[in-house]
Write a protein that binds this ligand. Structure first.
Ligand SMILES: [Zn+2]
Length: 102
């Protein structure tokens, strides 16, 4: 039986009782093909070469630079915190809490 735990707070998630949220993030090198043709041709060729090399052998390091897919399991509490501040930007988090000294 597959057991899940929250990737943020590490608590166990029982599939029968606990809601489990899956966060998927894709981080990939942006390739704008619509713009000027001449300027970026070298760079595009470079990426093309990397992609072709990827298909040939298993060079994982380069692959993660071009495209990386991250997957996390979250409990309901961490999920609601995540959607408010997905990039963990501290300033925004502080604002979201809403400091009021009175
Ligand atoms: Zn959690």
């Amino acid at each position: 039986m597959i057991r899940y735990s929250c990737d943020v707070c590490k608590r166990d998630l029982n599939p029968q009782f606990d809601l489990r949220y899956v966060v998927k993030m894709e981080v990939f090198a942006a390739m704008d093909t619509g713009g000027s043709e001449d300027d970026d041709s070298d760079h595009l060729q470079e990426i093309q070469d990397i992609l072709e090399r990827l298909e040939d052998d298993e060079s994982d390091d380069i692959g993660e630079e071009v495209c990386q897919t991250l997957r996390f399991d979250l409990c309901p509490e961490c999920r609601s915190r995540f959607v408010k501040n997905p990039l963990a930007r501290e300033n925004l988090a502080a604002k979201a809490v809403g400091f009021s000294k009175n």
